[in-house]
Design a protein around this ligand. Sequence first.
Ligand code: PAF
Length: 277
Amino acid sequence: MEIIRTVAAMRAWRKQAGKLAFVPTMGNLHQGHLALVKEARRQADKVVVSIFVNRIQFGQGEDFDAYPRTFEADCEKLRAAGVDALFFPDERELYPRVKQDFNVEPPHIQNELCGAFRPGHFRGVATVVSKLFNIVQPDVACFGKKDFQQLHVIRMMVDDLNIPVAIVPVDTGRADDGLALSSRNGYLSAEERAEAPRLYRELTRIHDALKDGSQDYAGLEQAARDELAAAGWAVDYVEVRQADTLEIAHAGEKRLVVLAAARLGRTRLIDNIEVFR
Ligand code: PAF
């Protein structure tokens, strides 16, 4: 696996790569990332992964400094997974003028759901992903459905800006007890880790009720918020939305997604489940 640290070297490598699939990450890789890599290998001749902890998508007081940096272990996993190249730029390489004056501004959805609790987050994600697309120039890029809102923003971005990259969504990887795999799970204490699967259980409960025909979105959301709060979670949101647009869901909608974000101690967890009925 080639390790590439500069924009110029990445562009030069890309020229000889043929059909190229890309998996952007912030490192601290787990099975969820490796599922993205596996899908990327199915999609193209060559696979490139990036590792870059992107400061501009973290808000004040968030975990940018604490975010786990595990470069050597990540490289081993990527080599074993058959990745052809790792793009590993430093901040100076990706943000040479330090400040990013031009940004990709997502529409109103960036201020809803996670965006309401993380102002500027999706602008930071959209901006860095568009930079990475311009550098790596992949044909295909794989994104996990766990970050459902992120996936939605990226899809809108490539459509609206005519970016020639096919976006491939990949199902959320889960531990045996249902907890969605996430780099942030490493922040959980043993006690919190035992409690954490409740988030997915609550989403599953809403999923089943919706499948059974319930139209009482508000009631289901409130019941899940109450259960989580009673178990010690600080809930940011539990919401039923339209799966394809993330707009507010109306009664009778057939394609839905239930999204939640809640904090257990100092760890903020997100998850979602799609409902097709
Ligand atoms: O999902 C992530 O790890 C990040 O948001 C991404 C897409 C790599 C952008 O920094």
